[in-house]
Design a protein. Structure first.
Length: 234
């Protein structure tokens, strides 16, 4: 076992406390990752408060993880010590069902393993990225390119993928119009991605408070939904 320092919550209305958790010893395809940054996703907060169902406390949230590989299992082929890597919201799946075989492990018919608040294949509770180290099977780790700082990369592992997915699926690109509703944590990522895909982007935000940011991120138009005039203009 590998001892890692972590921040855990011990109950739905308890504060975070410093603690130590055990990570499993490396199995054949496991990586040991020294976590440098973990984004704070609102899902972490919901789960910590027990708002999404019963939680086995203590709980270590965090599924926007960026770090460095510090050890590899004996049959790891994709990574080596020193690689810059990220881990998102899941860390394993059956690998065998129809959906896993299609590369859609998030829809694993036997249930994917969430990065925290789940159980791994050894029956141990999974604990997330508010921690110094994590052990993850190499297939559930992504490489972070050298030109992205690790702190900037961390939120891409959840907020960015959440918005990239529909834009990719509906083929946002030149000649397509995309409206982003809300300029929050996810929305501002969506504006950047859709603009990078060269779609024509409109932001629909409650107010114009973030208009300058939205336009800087690549939006062509920016409307306030609390302004009745907005709908006349359409
Ligand atoms: Zn998230
Ligand atoms: Zn599966």
């Amino acid at each position: 076992m590998i001892t890692a320092k972590a921040r855990a919550v011990h109950g739905p209305d308890k504060p975070f406390k410093a603690t130590e958790i055990q990570r499993r010893s490396l199995d054949t395809h496991d990586l040991l990752i020294e976590i440098k940054y973990a984004g704070i996703c609102h899902s972490d907060i919901h789960t910590a408060h027990g708002e999404w169902g019963d939680v086995n406390y203590p709980l270590v949230p965090g599924h926007e993880i960026a770090g460095i590989v510090t050890d590899v299992g004996p049959e790891v082929t994709k990574y080596k010590v020193g690689d810059r890597v990220g881990v998102g919201c899941m860390v394993d799946s059956c690998g065998d069902c129809e959906n896993c075989r299609k590369g859609e492990e998030q829809y694993c018919l036997n249930g994917m393993t969430p990065t925290y608040a789940g159980a791994d294949k050894y029956g141990e509770p999974t604990q997330g990225g508010y921690s110094t180290h994590i052990v993850v099977i190499e297939d559930f780790v992504v490489k972070i390119p050298d030109n992205i700082e690790l702190d900037a990369a961390a939120p891409l592992l959840c907020a960015d993928i959440t918005t990239f997915s529909p834009l990719h699926r509906w083929e946002a690109g030149p000649g397509k119009k995309v409206a982003i509703v809300g300029m929050g944590g996810l929305g501002h990522m969506a504006v950047k991605i859709a603009s990078a895909m060269r779609a024509e982007v409109t932001v629909l935000s409650q107010t114009l408070n973030k208009q300058e940011d939205g336009l800087n991120f690549g939006a062509k138009d920016y409307y306030a939904t609390n302004d009745p005039q907005t709908y006349d203009e359409f």
